[in-house]
Structures are given as C-alpha cells and as structure tokens.
Design a protein. Sequence first.
Length: 241
Amino acid sequence: MNKTVLITGASRGIGRAIALYLAPLGYDLVLHYNSNKEAAEKTLKEVESLGGHARILSFDISNREDAEKVLNADIEQNGAYYGVICNAGINADNPFPVMDGESWDKVLHTNLDGLYNVLHPCVMPMISARRGGRIIAMSSISGVMGNRGQVNYAASKAGIIGAVKSLAVELAKRNITVNCIAPGVIETDMTADLPIEEIQKMIPMRRMGLPKEIASLVAYLLSDDAAYITRQVISVNGGMI
C-alpha cells in the first residue's frame, strides 16, 4: 500500500515542484488547490506523466468549515494521510504604518489559521492509523529573522514555527514527525516582481533558490531515513542567515 501525501498549494510554485519531485517515488499524492483548477489539472497530468498517482482536492485553507468538510470526506473515502505538506500561503506586503487591517487579517487567517484548518482534520486519523507519519510546514526566512514590509507575513510564518515545535512534542511518541522548512528567496510567482539584482546582493550564494531545492528536502523529511528528525526549522536560503 502506497503512502498518501497531501500537498496544499500544489498547483504552482513550490507546491508544484514538490508534487513533481515526489511523483516517481511511489507516493499517492493528494494535490490541493484553491481557485486555479487549470493549473492543478496541469500538475496532475505532469505527475502522471512521471509515473505518479494523484488526485485533486479543492478548498480555501482559510475557510475552516470548507477545509474540514473536504478533508474529512477524502479521508473517509481513501484513508488517513501518511504525510501532510502545509505549503499554501499568501502575502500582502506593505510598510506597517500604512498596512490596513484587511491585509493583516487576510494573511494571518490564510497562513496561520490555515495551518490549523488543514492539520486538525488530518492528525487524529494519522494517529489512529498507527503507521507513524510526517507533517512538514512551510515557514519562511521572514518568520525567522523578520523582513521590512512583511510584518503580517513574518508574524504568520513565525506563528507556524511555534505551532510546529509544539505539535512535534505532542506527536513524537506516535512516530509522527513535525518539521518546518524556512525558504529564503525562491524563484516562484511570489518573487517574480521583486528587485532581483538588489536581493541577490544580500544572498551570499548570489542567486535565488530553486523550487526543486525545497522539494528535495521535503522528499528527505518524508523518507524513513528522516524518522529521528522532528521539531526542527530547516533553513534553505543560500546563507542569508
């Protein structure tokens, strides 16, 4: 029986890269998207072309009732997930003095509340399955060191770190590992409009990271070889911190 892994935000960016990296490794993938069905279906076809097995789920991670309904139905029909990759998230950058309440609320509700909304329906079935498991959440370099214009985003990503460290303690005796990955500046849609030349000057390696460089770490943390790694925040940032 293949191990099932849920990837939120799998239609593009890092989530898509994770799906494609895992496709030939024998997992049954559950590809989540919120609104871009076309991109999700494209990812699904790419996974299948690589020999992988996958299905698609759609819900808004910031909507607790929606997430719970969809995840409960999928778990009831197909069984508990072995791995959950909490990757979906948003940003709404602005200097704090001019940041409106909507930008604060939207980012916190999506990124931080979304972690609860996705994980809460998944954890008890993982425990009941008695097969161990893997939970990996995407934080950010902003959540570790802060960043100008990202008070809301940094707060949400720092909150994820605190939640992961606490959940790791609760689930360790169940052989369910819980870890964070904190990417630096990665080549995705989210960073496409950034002043790349200026940013690269702050990166000791003088380049942006590639999505597959995050995906490969996810694959390792999912593997049996990573069974003794939990409660960690692993930074992938080219030496920025």
